[in-house]
Design a protein. Structure first.
Length: 339
């Protein structure tokens, strides 16, 4: 690497051999990079950053020299950023003020055989964005809906993701991994018919089908809105009627005494699992809430022994889930150190 004067104005440039790694996308053996100064001290200061920017541009071009449309488009966006521009499709570039358009055109490098195709695609919008498939929409959804993950523990995050993964997998099995812009009303009716056949066969209830439709719809609507795709998605009027929605019957006091609290009934559980179940008996707290109790949330020395359910380290199901619950009976006895 060397800093040399180039041209009549005494301006300094960086002169360096092109690394062999970039031979496929850079036909020159040596390159000159203008440092835009005639001060050697200033040129020396700018040397590393100028070369790093050049290498970054080469890496983007190298990544774009592929058959993978998604990777090629991502590389074009990165190269546009290196050149100092936000990537825009060609139609949007054409609408820019003339001065901005000229700046973009000047950024396209000239070669002996014409203009650099990678630069042109990046800064003038020639790169084609790959179609957003249903599976790709799911991956985009995780990022676009990330506010819903704030405060969730790793287990809560897993349980939040699973229904969406299931809904997308079922849809792809029935319809295929289509671009979401090509999802038709017939596709959605085919998916509904698949669920109807399973309901009719007694494999599942209407609630299971509706959950899939809800989760799939949330993914597609979120991606459509947040990516500003302006698609008209055929998602309405697909849910099934749930006429036989029955509530779970409560456990009777006698059943709890004769079954759960019978001598030896819980011997198959380890110590922690047994304690969690017994604390549930008189508190009504969820197993996950009890399992995640920190020591300072268990108040045995209070006038009324109690536990404090808070969202520390995990997300509460609702604002009402934050509560204080008294401990008594078997639930108090199950807490280590209570006896």
């Amino acid at each position: 690497m060397a800093i040399k004067k180039r041209g009549k104005g005494g301006q300094l440039s960086l002169y360096k051999r092109v690394p062999a790694r970039y031979a496929a996308i850079e036909p020159r053996k040596f390159i000159w990079l203008a440092l835009h100064t005639d001060s050697l001290a200033e040129a020396t200061r700018k040397e590393a950053a100028t070369w790093a920017e050049m290498v970054e541009a080469w890496e983007a071009k190298l990544a774009g020299d592929t058959q993978d449309a998604e990777q090629r488009f991502k590389a074009a966006k990165e190269l546009a950023a290196v050149r100092g521009f936000r990537y825009r499709p060609a139609a949007k570039v054409a609408e820019l003020p003339m001065e901005d358009l000229r700046d973009r055109m000047k950024a396209v490098q000239k070669r002996q055989d014409g203009y650099d195709a990678h630069d042109a695609a990046a800064v003038l919008g020639g790169a084609q964005e790959p179609p957003l498939t249903v599976s790709a929409a799911l991956e985009a959804f995780w990022e676009l809906a990330r506010e819903k993950t704030f405060g969730k523990s790793a287990d809560q995050l897993r349980r939040w993701k699973n229904p969406s993964i299931k809904a997308v997998r079922n849809f792809i099995d029935v319809v295929g991994d289509k671009p979401i812009s090509q999802i038709s009303a017939d596709d959605m009716l085919d998916f509904r018919s698949w669920w109807l056949d399973r309901i009719e066969a007694g494999e599942v209830g209407p609630g299971s089908a509706n959950k899939d439709l809800i989760h799939l719809g949330e993914i597609l609507k979120t991606v459509n809105k947040m990516k500003r795709l302006n698609l008209r998605l055929p998602l309405g009027g697909l849910s099934f009627r749930e006429t036989d929605v029955s509530q779970r019957p409560p456990f009777s006091a006698n059943w709890i005494k004769d079954k759960l609290l019978a001598p030896g009934a819980l011997d198959g559980l380890n110590e922690d699992a047994r304690a969690i179940l017994l604390v549930m008996v008189n508190t009504g707290a969820r197993p996950s809430e009890i399992a995640n109790l920190a020591a300072d949330r268990i108040k045995l020395e209070s006038n009324v022994p109690h536990i404090s359910i808070e969202g520390e380290g995990r997300q509460l199901k609702s604002s009402y889930a934050k509560r204080v619950i008294p401990l008594c009976g078997v639930s108090l006895e199950a807490i280590p150190g209570a006896s």
